[in-house]
Design a protein around this ligand. Structure first.
Ligand SMILES: Nc1nc2c(ncn2[C@@H]2O[C@H](COP(=O)(O)OP(=O)(O)OP(=O)(O)O)[C@@H](O)[C@H]2O)c(=O)[nH]1
Ligand SMILES: [Mg+2]
Length: 484
């Protein structure tokens, strides 16, 4: 991607009237979309679409204003390339484009600037700002998306100069999460993340919002107003945290139950769009949503399965990772991410057809470490082997010791992966030798499901079993022998 040469400043005059018209139209569209004609389900879906407006300074009413939907329609992407090769820079902007498209916008233009570090005032250098403004005018874009996390001041200054809304990568990712959140827990987590993103930016969105409201030249919110808003947001965040904690309890209970029963859990983790849900479906015959979109999955799905030798274990598919996953999201999704950090084994799915799978691996490991799962045994599943370049597959297999090339789509390599997974499941630790009376078929099946059978023989008085089992089951069997 290269900078586009743009004209000579023609059309640079900002037409305030056009701006007001456009903004008024955007507001009207939003109100239309929110009109009562739409069905209840749709309405709920729409509410899930609401985002931190990133527009609103004058929070008339916190619970209302911050949710004004940001309509990302035509966007211009802007990146600052500080390190790595130009290919890295391209990949980064391509990913930003994929994110923008997933959020429902149309990418009109992508500009990238080589600099040692982002400009303190405007992110990109001041010379480039004019070019971005030109690109905005030329393409009729309504939003500029910067590839990074910008300070409130940078956002504000840049907004003033390019004269359309400016959002950063973090806000874009939060927007996608907000669109995709389905469960109550998911929605609450996203809302919490949005608020923690918004809190330090309350003051930053000034100009464009007063434009949005048609109040050109209107005064910004007073100090007191901001303080009130801040307090209300803090209260709301505390409430959300409590709610999330309550919802987490039921999941914890289920997980503890599985743990008590010695059911090993395998987490399917990896970069977004790597094919985690496809793999879960392939492994367990489930029907989890698969989509060529980023962050299609937000809510964890747990599926039970059985090993070749009859042991029961679970697979969990969960939210994907991305480079620079906003820390607000990691924080808010802590309980969801526990599905990974509390698992017995991680199957780390890598998209073998991605331009830079090594960077994906690094990013995913970074997040796994951050959530406290760094010590968990990891198997790498290099997915999309059906379309990946053979030399890339070879390189990945050479560099990663515990790696398997697979295709969730065709089924290639999946049997070998399953074998590897089952050989890495935690081993039951207690050795038992017992004769279980025929009346206790339930115990025999438990030993099969949870333990590892060494030998089994049918005697007139019952089933003679030599096996390795978990502590709880071993005690049950011991008790049985004592009582008989
Ligand atoms: N060619 C090919 N495409 C695949 C394979 N596995 C998955 N895909 C495609 O990759 C895209 C993403 O698949 P998902 O299973 O939704 O990926 P995910 O990792 O769950 O993605 P998120 O939930 O969005 O993080 C879909 O378009 C799949 O059809 C594969 O083995 N080969
Ligand atoms: Mg998925």
């Amino acid at each position: 991607m290269s900078d586009k040469e743009i004209g000579n400043g023609e059309g640079l005059e900002i037409d305030i009237n056009t701006l007001i018209r456009e903004n008024a139209q955007a507001v009207a569209d939003y109100e239309l979309a929110d009109s009562p004609q739409i069905g209840n389900q749709d309405r709920q879906d729409r509410q899930a679409l609401r985002r931190v407006s990133g527009l609103s300074t004058e929070l008339q009413d916190v619970s209302d204003a911050e949710y004004r939907q940001l309509r990302l329609e035509k966007v211009v992407l802007v990146g600052v390339w500080t390190e790595g090769t130009s290919k890295d820079a391209d990949n980064s902007l391509k990913e930003l484009a994929a994110l923008a498209e997933t959020a429902g916008s149309q990418v009109m233009e992508a500009l990238i600037q080589r600099r040692d570090k982002p400009d303190a005032a405007t992110f990109i250098g001041s010379g480039k700002v004019a070019e971005v403004r030109q690109a905005v005018v030329a393409t009729g874009a309504d939003t500029v998306v910067c590839d990074g996390e910008l300070s409130p001041a940078q956002l504000r200054t840049l907004e003033q100069k390019v004269k359309v809304k400016v959002i950063d990568r973090t806000a874009l990712i939060l927007d996608i999460f907000a669109q995709h959140a389905k469960s109550r827990e998911g929605k609450a987590q996203v809302e919490l993340a949005q608020m923690s993103y918004m809190l330090p930016r309350l003051r930053g969105w000034g100009e464009s919002l007063s434009r949005q409201a048609g109040g050109i030249g209107g005064r910004g919110p007073g100090e007191t107003k901001i303080e009130t808003d801040r307090r209300r947001i803090n209260d709301k965040m505390a409430k959300l945290r409590r709610e999330i904690k309550d919802m987490k309890t039921s999941r914890d209970t289920k997980r503890n139950e599985r743990r008590r029963k010695n059911i090993p859990s395998v987490a399917i983790a990896g970069y977004t769009n790597a094919g985690k849900s496809s793999l879960l479906n392939r492994l367990t015959g489930s029907d989890v949503l698969v989509e060529n979109a980023l962050f299609a999955t937000l809510d964890p799905t747990v599926r039970k399965t059985q090993s070749d030798d009859g042991r029961i274990y679970t697979f969990t598919d969960t939210v994907g990772f991305v480079r620079h996953l906003p820390h607000q999201l990691v924080e808010a999704f802590k309980s969801t991410l526990e599905e990974v950090s509390q698992s017995d084994l991680i199957v780390h799915v890598v998209d073998g057809a991605h331009p830079d799978p090594f960077e994906q691996i690094r990013a995913v490991r970074g997040v796994i470490n951050e959530i406290g799962g760094g010590e968990i045994m990891e198997i790498i599943a290099i997915n999309k082997a059906d379309i990946a370049a053979p030399e890339v597959l070879m390189e990945l297999l050479r560099k990663e010791s515990n790696a398997y090339a697979i295709s969730a789509r065709t089924g290639y390599g999946v049997q070998a992966l399953i074998k590897a997974i089952e050989s890495h499941l935690p081993k039951p630790k207690v050795e038992i030798q017992a004769v279980i009376p025929f009346g206790r078929g339930d115990l025999v099946s438990l030993i099969h499901e949870q333990g590892e059978i060494i030998s089994e023989e049918y005697l007139p008085e019952g089933t003679k079993i030599h096996a390795m089992v978990g502590g709880a089951l071993a005690r049950k069997i011991e008790l049985l022998e004592v009582n008989s």
